[in-house]
Write a protein that binds this ligand. Structure first.
Ligand code: PLP
Length: 418
């Protein structure tokens, strides 16, 4: 039996291929060896990950850890930079970071003059919130389903600059796009300057019609910042087609860059009005680089962006998006209509991708997460807030149908639907 057939037989038996690897990289196949015409490509991709055998990991939303192939290249970058020391940091560090940013700009459909690499979505979005040219009396618009620390940054802006921040609730199961656009529009006033909108709601997996929201915002003279922490690498889009003013994302999530990588996009004509979060050497430099002085940082992560994009492109962004949507629907369709079960993710296919959320009417989300982990060995993220009660289920490209069958069986058993 060859290695591929062996891996497939393990996967079919529901045995984690991760357990057969040592930490030695050469055991894991590279994506170059994958036959994309075969019917077991996802088993082959799974075999490129070192998976913990202790539990089924359905919490990739925090961090989509690296396939062995990217991990080994990342470690090689760490070794090389350590070998070259300051010679590297003084020499080619910045050119290399710019090369990675340029490749990223190509991936997300933006100009290289509008993209920089940050350390995460937090840095990207907080930079805009804190650096925006606020005047006392200005208003901002956000939602209760936005990420907590960005909401706190807006609270800080209220205190610092005397602005007012209005909040809406994003409808969880909208009839159509217009319902969501209208939910934002009705809170806009002549004083509204900036709105923050999640490209995908992290706790439910709800993908918003952000181009329509941007068009509406601009028709009122309001700028729009998209929180795409979970978007890049999960589903396909081009920032240029969204017509947003600002975009922030974390690349260690769905693009599987090592921890500590993010993207900031600022529309060219908005760059000069934003104050940097951390001061650069030269405040007169009004290119996007002046927003990106973060001091000395782990330069190997910048290099690994190229390797993560290479891995992503080998799978193919569209193929990955289709797979992630398929596996989310694979489990959620089986439990959505069961009595006592609440799926907190919209049903229309275009409104979600890999992330879903499921709750039980009679069980608190925290307890549900604990039971899933302790009894069924399934790791999820319990969410109890912003109108959402359930566990976030975020599989990744290595997740098998067999693993999701175990999730479905657990939900059925807990809800008394045998
Ligand atoms: C919607 C959203 N925005 C921002 C963040 C912050 O991401 P990071 O911690 O990588 O900066 C997260 C983290 O999960 C998130 O879900």
């Amino acid at each position: 039996m060859n290695k591929r057939a062996f891996m497939k037989s393990l996967a079919l038996l529901g045995i984690s291929t991760g357990s057969v690897f040592s930490s030695k990289a050469e055991v894991a196949p590279s994506l170059n060896e994958i036959d994309f015409n075969s019917d077991d490509i996802w088993d082959q991709i799974r075999a490129g990950y070192k998976l913990k055998p202790d539990y089924i990991n359905l919490e990739n939303g925090y961090y989509c850890f690296l396939p062995q192939e990217t991990l080994e290249k990342y470690i090689e970058h760490i070794r090389e930079i350590n070998y070259q020391g300051s010679f590297y940091m003084r020499g080619v560090q910045f050119q290399n970071k710019a090369k990675s940013a340029a490749k990223l700009a190509e991936l997300v459909g933006a100009s290289t003059e509008e993209i920089v690499l940050t350390r995460n979505a937090t840095e990207s979005l907080d930079l805009i919130i804190s650096g925006y040219p606020w005047k006392a009396g200005d208003e901002a618009l956000v939602s209760n389903q936005d990420y907590g620390s960005m909401l706190t940054m807006f609270d800080m802006a209220e205190k610092r600059w005397g602005i007012k921040v209005n909040r809406i609730d994003i409808p969880m199961h909208p009839e159509n796009d217009e319902e969501i656009v209208a939910a934002y529009e009705k809170v806009i006033t002549p004083k509204t300057r900036l709105m923050m909108v999640p490209h995908i709601v992290n706790i439910t997996g709800h993908i918003l019609p952000v181009r329509k929201i941007a068009d509406m915002a601009h028709s009122h003279g309001v700028e729009i910042m998209l929180d795409g922490a979970h978007a890049i690498g999960q589903f396909e889009f081009k920032i240029s087609e969204l017509d947003c003013d600002y975009y922030g994302s974390s690349l260690h999530k769905w693009l599987s860059v090592p921890i500590g990588a993010g993207l900031l996009y600022v529309k060219k004509n908005r760059i000069s009005q934003i104050e940097p979060l951390l001061a650069p050497f030269d405040m007169k430099l009004k290119t996007i680089a002046y927003l990106n002085h973060i001091g000395t940082h782990p330069a190997a992560t910048d290099l690994a962006v190229l390797n993560a994009i290479e891995f992503h492109n080998k799978i193919g962004g569209k193929r990955k998006e289709d797979r992630l949507r398929y596996i989310q629907r694979y489990w959620s369709d089986q439990v959505r209509d069961l009595p006592g079960v609440v799926v907190n993710t919209p049903k229309q296919p275009q409104r979600s991708c890999g992330i879903g959320n499921v709750g039980l009417e009679n069980t608190k989300p925290g307890d549900l997460g604990t039971i899933l982990m302790d009894k069924y060995k399934i790791f999820t993220a319990p969410i109890d807030g912003a109108g959402v009660k359930g566990c976030r289920i975020s599989p990744n490209v290595y997740t098998s149908e067999n693993e999701l069958d175990q999730l479905v069986a657990a939900i059925k058993e807990m809800s008394g639907n045998y």
